[in-house]
Design a protein around this ligand. Structure first.
Ligand SMILES: [Zn+2]
Length: 134
């Protein structure tokens, strides 16, 4: 897509710190990293988000994320990794080209990525019933 920032990175029309690429995906450093080494994995095909991305391309993305995670561990930038995908405005997706975040974690880095809410068995059952209904 000609006006997509990440497609321009795929096409090498704008610079990025690429750390891994193959025939399917490109991984590069996030310019606003959560931790040093925070990388984004994108498919060479333009898709907007998880709903728009064919299953085969989602598989390529997660395999790419595994390769990036392996590199982060091997190079000593990670004791652990969080892998995330923001989809749509409500989830803070900023670039409308589907991407996985691979966020390296170090023991004691203090990052708390999620806040949690309390639940009840009845509340969980109600939501599960809604999600299971046809
Ligand atoms: Zn794109």
């Amino acid at each position: 897509m000609s006006d997509c920032l990440f497609c321009k990175i795929v096409e090498k029309k704008i610079p990025a710190e690429v750390i891994f690429e193959d025939e399917k995906v490109v991984a590069f450093l996030d310019i606003k990293p959560v931790n040093p080494g925070h990388a984004l994995v994108i498919h060479r095909h333009h898709h907007v988000d998880i709903l728009d991305t064919p299953e085969a391309d989602m598989q390529d993305l997660i395999v790419g994320a595994k390769k990036v995670a392996t590199i982060l561990f091997e190079k000593g930038l990670a004791d652990g990794v969080n892998i995330g995908m923001n989809n749509k405005q409500a989830a803070n997706q900023l670039i409308l080209h589907a991407h996985l975040h691979v966020i390296p974690r170090k023991i004691g880095d203090g990052l708390k990525p999620w806040s949690h809410k309390d639940s009840t068995p009845d509340g969980l059952q109600s939501i599960a019933n809604q999600l299971r209904s046809k």
